[in-house]
Design a protein around this ligand. Structure first.
Ligand code: ARG
Length: 573
């Protein structure tokens, strides 16, 4: 149990004991001002109100029954009934000295099987900035859950099936004689656009494209071969980007839409058996209470078109069955754009009704907002095209190179290139991760590459700076130091370090990486304050050793935290 959980459970138990009430959370949170303690319990007031009792009186009674030693050294009742909690410095000392070298946060007591569906672009087109957020956020969540010891199954639910491929196959079939397919596919974006142009302009091309979809679904060898050659190129392109961005998705994680093809018919059969299907204009639909269109009409979830074709939703229903019943997932996370929220609500509700997911399988849409340009409109190039991810990464690295060169002109060029390759990617990732994913996000080069504020360069620099202390003192990074907390700035840093576990566990629950970013930023700030007021290398004896220990633990925490976010630290910047 982490410190916050310990306080929450212990105080809640006392509230229960005194009042006999069952639902009485202590509502423990961080204190805003260190003068009023390190944590605050706010639950007394709500409970007193519920019971019609005087909150200060109830608070006093709670204090009489509460034993939090040796963790808490001082408790006080404040204002209308808050309980202020001061953590004992000796407890901090003991905890820090016990922090295991292998892992800063304990593994989960009850590891779960968690499927996480993220990135999942459509393969018909090249990946563009619209896929960046889901890829980066999903990867941070996957890394964190893995770190906590859960069994994490990454699913890249590539869109590799459906009408767009009929169009692409037809375009391939009708390339002029002598055209080299390999060359044609060198630029997927151009290829897709050319195919789309024909599709839009020539009605009979469109007709042939639709026929090819049917052929493809029926397993026609030529269509399949063309489809496969296209998919192969497109996947290679995605994997290259993942490598470039240090995303942990591998080819083994690809479980695309086509994987579910031979399970779709069974979905229709079982929905029919369960009386969940309604026919509407020839299509088969699921109508559920509570889902209405903007006009107030019932909103169907269409699972089979009138021509027999299956849809995106059908595949998602089959995928839920696979994930919950075969992979035995306790939790399935969908890191997907907020614009699909209605789709997921309908699919989840249908899956529960149909029994594809049981009561113990949690299905969560981890949604995120749109990436905007500085002008507040969806992020585009100057000519109005969507920005390709490769270009975005290249530009970030270039900008980082200029930045690093201006900060550190004496460093040799190879070294500067190495640093900027990491900083460029880190800046793009961190800028996204540090914002609440539920909001739209404004992309802005200047702020993401700034050395001030809650940015990747700031944190990477803070880390490198601590490492330089150890270089200066010629100490091995893994040397053991005995910590002994005495002054307030040491104490503040110690407490912050212990809270890493609370934040990582919270992230695993809420899937909000911005909480970890904020923590790391605050940790770096708390460290700077300590470093300014407490001499380290100039201190002597046990004090020097203890402060080196705090530096070391801060560096380890920053490195680990950034790693969970998918960011690699640098020893020198
Ligand atoms: N391919 C979809 C898109 O680009 C996202 C898929 C998300 N995952 C899912 N199981 N529906 O919009």
């Amino acid at each position: 149990m982490n410190l916050k959980q310990y306080l929450e459970t212990t105080i809640s138990a006392v509230l229960h004991k005194i009042t006999g009430e069952t639902n009485c959370p202590a509502l423990v949170n961080y204190a805003k001002d260190p003068r009023f303690g390190d944590y605050q319990a706010n639950g007394v007031m709500a409970l007193a109100k519920r019971l019609g009792r005087n909150p200060r009186e109830l608070g006093a009674e709670v204090l009489n029954h509460l034993t939090l030693a040796p963790v808490v050294c001082k408790l006080e009742l404040a204002g209308p009934g808050f309980i202020n909690l001061f953590i004992d410095p000796e407890f901090l000392t003991a905890t820090l000295n016990k922090m295991d070298q292998a892992q800063l946060v304990a593994r989960a007591d009850n590891p779960q099987t968690i499927v996480i569906d993220y990135s999942s672009p459509n393969l018909a087109k090249e990946m563009h900035v619209g896929h960046l957020r889901g890829t980066i956020i999903g990867d941070a969540i996957a890394r964190t859950l893995t770190y906590l010891g859960h069994k994490v199954i990454r699913h890249n639910h590539f869109g590799d099936w459906g009408t767009q491929f009929g169009m692409l196959i037809t375009y391939m079939q009708e390339l002029p004689g002598g055209a080299d397919l390999h060359n044609e596919l060198a630029n997927l974006e151009v290829f897709y656009r050319a195919a789309k142009q024909r599709f839009d302009a020539e009605p009979d091309f469109g007709e042939r494209a639709r026929e090819n979809v049917v052929r493809l679904q029926a397993g026609d060898p030529d269509c399949l071969a063309k489809w496969e050659s296209f998919i192969k190129v497109s996947i290679a392109h995605c994997q290259e980007l993942y490598a470039h961005l240090d995303i942990t998705l591998t080819e083994k994680d690809i479980v695309p839409e086509s994987f579910y093809n031979d399970r779709l018919e069974a979905v229709i059969i079982s929905l029919t058996e369960k009386n969940l299907l309604t026919e509407s204009a020839g299509a088969r639909c699921v109508f559920l209470d509570g889902f209405v269109t903007r006009e107030g009409d019932p909103q169907p979830l269409i699972v089979q078109k009138s021509d027999g074709g299956y849809l995106y939703a059908t595949t998602d229903l089959a995928a839920i069955g696979y994930r919950c019943k075969e992979l035995l997932a306790d939790r399935v996370l969908y890191v997907v754009d907020a614009r699909q929220s209605m789709h997921f609500q309908q699919v989840f509700a249908t899956a529960k009704l149909a029994g594809y997911a049981g009561p113990d399988n949690t299905l969560e849409h981890v949604s995120y907002g749109t990436m905007m340009g500085k002008d507040g409109k969806p992020f585009k190039t100057r000519s109005g095209d969507t920005i390709k991810l490769v270009d975005l990464c290249d530009e970030s690295i270039e900008r980082a190179f200029t930045l690093v060169s201006s900060k550190n002109p004496d460093l040799d060029e190879v070294e500067r290139q190495h640093i900027s390759a990491l900083v460029g990617v880190a800046a793009v990732k961190y800028a996204d991760l540090s914002k609440n994913r539920n909001s739209d996000y404004a992309f802005d080069w200047d702020s993401m590459l700034s050395f001030d504020g809650n940015t990747a360069p700031y944190l990477l620099y803070a880390y490198a700076r601590i490492r330089s202390i150890f270089r200066k003192a010629a100490l091995a990074p893994e040397a053991h130091f005995n910590i002994n907390i005495s002054v307030p700035d040491e104490q503040a840093l110690a407490l912050k370090l212990i809270q890493f576990a609370e934040i990582v566990e919270l992230l695993a629950e809420t899937c909000l990486p911005n909480q970890l970013c904020l923590y790391l930023y605050e940790l770096a700030g708390t460290f700077m304050k300590f470093y300014e007021s407490c001499p380290v290398l100039k201190a002597e004896g046990a004090e020097r050793e203890s402060r080196l220990g705090l530096c070391q633990l801060t560096a380890r925490t920053l490195k680990q935290g950034l790693e969970l976010l998918g960011i690699t630290t640098l020893e020198q910047m």
